[in-house]
Design a protein around this ligand. Sequence first.
Ligand SMILES: [Zn+2]
Length: 228
Amino acid sequence: MNVTKMTYQEWLDKAEAMFGKSPRDWTFICPVCEQTQSGQDFVDAGLEPKEAANYLGFSCIGRFNPDKGCDYAGGGLFRLNPVHVTGPDGKVHQYMAFADMATVLMNTMDAKVWTEKWLATIQDHPDVPTDDGAMLAWFSTALMTGHDIGARKADKKAEGRHAVLLRAAYDLLTRAERGVFVEEAVAIQTHYDGADCDGYCLRDDIACELGISDDTDPIPLEDSEDEE
Ligand SMILES: [Zn+2]
C-alpha cells in the first residue's frame, strides 16, 4: 500500500482545490471496491450531514447503500485507507484517497456531474471546445462510460438472479433426496421470488435466464442412448 502523509490543513486545502468548499462534493475512492463516493452520496443514503462527515472518506458507502460499494469499514481490522492525515492534536486519521476527475467521471452516468466537470474543464482549457481530438475523447468517454456502467449493472443483476435460481435447484434436489416417497422432480416445490413454485416453473425460469426455449432437449449423456 502506498501511503501518503499530510497535515490536516494540507488535506483540507487539497479537498477544496479539487472539489470546492462543500464536503458534499468531496469525492473519495474506496481502497477495496474502488467505488467513488461523495458526501452527497452519504446524505442521499439517509445520514444526517454531521453523521455523513464521520464516514465520508473513511468507511465505504456500501455500509449505508446496498446498491453501491462494499462493506469496508475504515476502523475495522484491515486498515487500508492510504492517506494518513495528522490532525492538530497529533493524532493520525486514515482516509481514502481523493478521486481525481477522470475517476469520478468514469463512475457516473449523472449528467449533472458531467456538466460540472465540463464547465470546469473549459474554464481551465478554453481551447478544448474547438479541438477535434479533445472533443472526440470527451464524447467517446461519456458514451462508453454510460455503456460500461450499464453493462456492470446488468452483470450484477444477472449474478443475483443466478444465485436465486441455483439455490432453488439445490432445494429441489435436496427435497427429492430427503422425500419419503419418490416424487416427480417437476412436482417438487421450492420457494423463491416470494412464492412456492414447482419444478416446471423453476425449469421455465432457468430456461429464460439461459436464453433457451423451455422445450430445449437436455444435453445427451455420454454413455447411454438418451431417452426420447
Ligand atoms: Zn468499498
